[in-house]
Ligand binder design. Structure first.
Ligand code: BTN
Length: 245
C-alpha cells in the first residue's frame, strides 16, 4: 500500500480525488494526501475541519473483493490500524469509540470515513478517508469544536512529524489487511475490542426506531454493536453515532 502517493496542496476533499483516480485506473494502495481541504467530509454528512499543514488528510484506495455487507469490518480494521500507528508514534492514551472514532480523554482526535462502490453484491472499491488532527493548537479549532476535539500535539505536548505517522499507518494497515484477507474478521475483532473505550460502558444512541440506552456489550461478526438495555433486551446497532455516558 502507498506505492503510489499523490500529494496536493489545497483540495476540496481527498475523497473526491481518490474516486476520480480510481475511475482513471488507479490501483489498490493508491494514497491521496493533501495539506488542506476546503470541503473535508465527515461521517453522516458532517464537515471535517482540515486546516493547512496541521493534520493528515488522506484517502486510501482499496479493492477487496468482499461482500458489501462486510464493509463495516473494514471500518473497524481501519480504526485498529490507525490507533496502533498513533500509539507507536506518540505517547498518548488513545482508544476507539464505536465504530471508528479515536478519542483521547474523551475528545476526538481522528475520524474515518469509508466510501464504497459495489456491483453484484461485491465491493468494487473502497476509499478509506482518514483525518488525523496532528499538530493543531487550541486556537486552530473553531469555538464549537474546542470541547469535543483535540490533537496529538495538544495531548502529547509536542509536535509530531506527519510523515512518520503516515508511514506507521501504512505499515500497520498493510499488516492487518493481509491478516483480514487471509483469516477473516475474527483476529481484527479481538484487536478492536482490546482498544475499545466503548465496550462495557453505558451508551445512548438514536436509531430509526427511537433512542436506545444501555450497556455496549460486544461486537458481532459483522461489526455491529450489541447493546443490552436496562430491560435486558439485546439490540444491535449497525450504523450511526453513539454517545458515551
Ligand atoms: C468522521 O469522523 O466523521 C470522518 C472524518 C474523515 C475525514 C477524512 S480527512 C481525509 C478524507 N477526506 C475527506 O473529505 N474526509 C476524509
Amino acid at each position: 500500500l502507498g506505492q503510489k502517493i499523490h500529494v496536493y496542496g489545497e483540495v476540496e476533499s481527498t475523497q473526491t480525488i481518490a474516486h476520480a483516480l480510481v475511475a482513471s485506473g488507479a490501483p489498490e494502495g493508491t494514497l491521496v494526501l493533501a495539506e488542506a481541504q476546503t470541503a473535508g467530509r465527515g461521517r453522516m454528512g458532517r464537515a471535517w475541519h482540515s486546516p493547512a499543514g496541521k493534520g493528515i488528510w488522506m484517502s486510501l484506495v482499496l479493492t477487496p473483493r468482499i461482500p458489501v455487507f462486510f464493509m463495516p469490518q473494514l471500518t473497524l480494521l481501519s480504526a485498529v490500524a490507525l490507533c496502533r500507528s498513533i500509539q507507536k508514534v506518540c505517547q498518548v492514551d488513545i482508544g476507539i469509540k464505536w465504530p471508528n472514532d479515536l478519542l483521547i480523554k474523551g475528545k476526538k482526535v481522528s475520524g474515518i470515513l469509508l466510501e464504497s462502490s459495489g456491483e453484484d453484491e461485491r465491493l468494487k472499491y473502497v476509499i478509506a478517508g482518514i483525518g488525523i488532527s496532528v499538530n493543531l493548537k487550541t486556537e486552530d479549532y473553531p469555538e464549537e469544536l474546542r470541547n469535543i476535539a483535540t490533537s496529538l500535539a495538544i495531548e502529547s505536548g509536542a509536535d509530531i512529524p506527519r510523515e512518520s505517522l503516515v508511514q506507521a499507518f501504512l505499515l500497520e494497515f498493510e499488516e492487518l489487511y493481509a491478516l483480514y484477507l487471509e483469516k477473516g474478521f475474527a483476529p481484527i475483532r479481538l484487536l478492536w475490542e482490546a482498544l475499545s473505550v466503548t465496550l462495557k460502558r453505558p451508551i445512548r444512541t438514536h436509531t430509526p426506531s427511537g433512542v436506545v440506552e444501555g450497556i455496549a456489550d460486544s461486537l458481532d461478526d459483522s461489526g455491529a454493536l450489541t447493546v443490552i438495555t436496562q430491560a435486558g433486551e439485546k439490540i444491535k446497532i449497525y450504523s450511526g453515532d453513539i454517545e458515551l455516558k
